[in-house]
Design a protein around this ligand. Structure first.
Ligand code: WTA
Length: 654
């Protein structure tokens, strides 16, 4: 095996061809069509992207250089001028889309609102004028700390209109997390709300913001959206109500011609160690990449009702709720709430109510639906759906099959989309009308993307051999730097795999293998790899084997120090509804993994857990489970955890 390789043990043989009726209408309707596009991008990436940029975006001035690549620094479309809010709004106004629904919003308490492209444009212009009045100029950073309400998209687009980078901080983050991010970005203005609805309660955003702002000298003005009728303290001279200022603002505001490489936004992502990184995305490359990938992967048509359940506080919300879909003139559903004990079926209600055709969510949500039981989705009419997607983690084949049968009625292709905050948009995914899917695999690279699975020396590993998932050529949507810290950008992404023969490798931490058909199987974060008796095993495959047992709803595996094997496999298992933990089940699960994968993956220790520690975007924090398995203390940054009380319950019960 190559140096630093990871053994792959998952054997998944099921596959699903694109349904012929889907393919017949799809934008890219055959494998040959995908191949032709991909090969063209491979032969001449510069000409390929140049052509897309000319055809798909509106420019105020044309670029003179498509790509200037001084590794690891890429500049795309230098010399060009454009505006992302113009591309998402103004260019649709001269067409019939002026009166098309852009955002269809549903609040958690059941209130709703629809904004056409014409209305959205007007509100964005008003807000851009308000920001101008507050002194915001091109290049000034605006913090956004809002619930999932239309004002979040309006605020982002208003910033883009002025060329003022936004930095959206997820509304579930604490005051400290908000403070650190605003300080790092040196935000001048903060846009927040009195509160937002989440799981039947009001999150007091303004109170959190006030706590944070006590330690953020750069913020001079605060705009407050009234959403939840929550009492708030307004600081005179600093705080204003959004609706007060909006009422007096003009509904026209010219879109600032931005240079291609002007910063569009900074979005913080937490590394496993150290302070969060401000991932910087710029104007032209990001807009083009979000636009193209939305078209390719979601096969978006004008009559679609598209719903991505992410929060705008994550990159998925930036690229696939706001910029990608609106740039394409789509109708986007936006939902404030989340499934909760009082309404576990709320997603299915929304699909039925609005006739959603494309549904994009996370594996963690799918596993929660699976656990809640299929009677909830079965009680609703989901026949409008034509395409399903997942993002955020590897999806276990069993969860995939459930999604396929119960939600997709067996007729909808599933696109498993692999990407990162840093990549700006989807890099690896099936195209639903062109590429057959295999449960658990993200399938093939998108046009213009050249990934390679390599060992620590940058040498490609063999077929079905696990290694480091890298990208070998710049693409327009890639991050440009870490805000204020170019050295950290280089260190974090470009040095793990050293450049080799002039070839640079972008690497952001995932292990993967490629099968005999070239399909990519993402095996999880390499930081989580388990080294058992000399075998380096990815977490995803063992977890998938456990979840394929009918008694199991969710599982997380970690390594635990073992004097003989180096590490033993310790599995934390959440049981399906109605199952009770007992010794016989422990044995049955161990046998099941041996049968599915082989003796090397047999967990020495199986523990039944009430819940798993997850980040606020739903990723399992295996680092904390490793500490629990080893009997050591929880350490490191806990601020990104969704629910800290899970740690106490794990300590007591597991
Ligand atoms: C993981 C989310 C497997 C991966 C867009 C990546 C996935 C990290 C997938 C980025 C997928 C995301 N299959 N793993 N389809 N999608 N990941 O920055 O580990 O929140 O590096 O971006 O999520 O997470 P981020």
């Amino acid at each position: 095996m190559s140096e630093g390789a990871i053994e792959s043990v998952l054997q998944e043989k099921r596959w699903f061809a694109p349904p012929p009726t889907f393919a017949a209408k799809a934008r890219i309707g055959s494998y040959e069509a995908y191949r032709a596009l991909y090969d063209r991008s491979r032969e001449d990436p510069i000409a390929f992207w140049e052509e897309q940029a000319a055809q798909e975006l509106a420019w105020f001035e044309r670029w003179h250089t498509v790509l200037d690549w001084q590794p690891p620094q890429a500049k795309w479309f230098e010399g060009g001028r454009l505006n992302v809010s113009h591309n998402c709004l103004d260019r649709h106004l001269g067409t019939w889309r002026r009166n098309k629904a852009a955002i269809v919003w549903e609040g958690e308490p059941g209130d709703s609102r629809t904004l056409t492209y014409g209305q959205l444009h007007r509100e964005v212009c008003q807000m851009a004028n308000v920001l101008k009045q507050l002194g915001v100029q091109k290049g000034d950073v605006v913090g956004i700390y809002l619930p999932m309400i239309p004002e979040a998209a309006i605020a982002m687009l208003a910033c883009a209109r002025l060329g003022a980078p936004h930095s959206v901080v997820f509304g579930g983050f604490s005051a400290e997390a908000l403070r650190d991010r605003l300080n790092d970005a040196q935000a001048k203005v903060l846009i927040t709300a009195d509160g937002g609805w989440r799981k039947d309660a009001v999150v007091p955003l303004k109170d959190q913001a006030d706590k944070a702002l006590a330690g953020v000298p750069s913020v001079q003005h605060v705009l407050v959206v009234r959403r939840a009728a929550q009492p708030v303290t307004m600081v005179p001279g600093r705080d204003s109500w959004w609706h007060d200022l909006q009422a007096g603002a003009a509904g026209q505001c010219p879109a600032e011609p931005c240079a291609s490489e002007d910063v569009l936004f900074v979005l913080y992502t937490s590394g496993s160690t150290g302070k969060p990184k401000g991932v910087v995305h710029t104007t032209a490359g990001y807009n083009l990449y979000a636009h193209m990938t939305t078209q390719w992967v979601f096969d978006l048509r004008d009559e679609d009702v598209y719903w991505c359940t992410a929060d705008v506080g994550w990159i998925t919300g930036h690229s696939y709720i706001v910029y990608g879909p609106l740039s394409n003139g789509a109708t986007v559903v936006m939902y404030e709430g989340a499934p909760r004990p009082t309404n576990p079926g709320c997603f299915w209600d929304i699909i039925e109510k609005y006739g959603v055709t494309i549904f994009y969510t996370a594996p963690t949500a799918i596993r929660a639906f699976l656990k809640a039981g299929e009677h909830f989705p079965r009680a609703r009419d989901l026949s409008s759906l034509r395409l399903l997607g997942t993002v955020g983690e590897p999806i276990n084949p069993e969860a995939w099959m459930w999604y396929h049968h119960v939600i997709g009625g067996g007729r909808c292709p599933i696109v498993d989309t692999w990407w990162q905050t840093e990549t700006g948009g989807i890099l690896i995914s099936a195209l639903p009308g062109a590429i057959a899917t295999k449960p658990g695999s993200a399938a093939l690279p998108l046009p213009g993307i050249f990934p390679q699975v390599v060992d620590l020396n940058g040498h490609p590993v063999g077929v079905n051999e696990g290694g480091y998932l890298t990208v070998t050529h710049p693409w327009p949507g890639m991050m440009r730097t870490v805000f204020g810290d170019p050295e950290r950008f280089r260190r974090s992404y470009w040095e793990h795999i050293p450049p080799c023969d002039g070839q640079y490798f972008y690497f952001a931490g995932d292990g993967a293998r490629q099968d005999e058909d070239g399909y990519f199987w993402v095996m999880g974060r390499v930081d989580d790899v388990i080294n058992a008796a000399g075998h380096r095993l990815g977490t995803m495959e063992i977890e998938s084997a456990l979840v394929s047992h009918p008694a199991v709803a969710e599982a997380a595996v970690v390594g635990k120090p073992d004097p003989l094997k180096g590490e033993d496999i310790c599995a934390f298992v959440i049981l399906a509804e109605g199952q009770t933990p007992n010794e016989a089940l422990v044995q049955a699960l161990k046998d099941h993994v041996v049968q599915e994968i082989g003796a090397i993956a047999r967990p020495g220790d199986i523990r039944f857990a009430p819940a798993l520690p997850k980040t606020r975007s739903g990723k399992i924090v295996r680092r904390l489970l490793r500490a629990l398995a080893a009997g050591s203390d929880f350490s490191g940054d806990l601020s990104t955890l969704e629910d800290r009380s899970v740690l106490d319950r794990l300590r007591e019960e597991v």
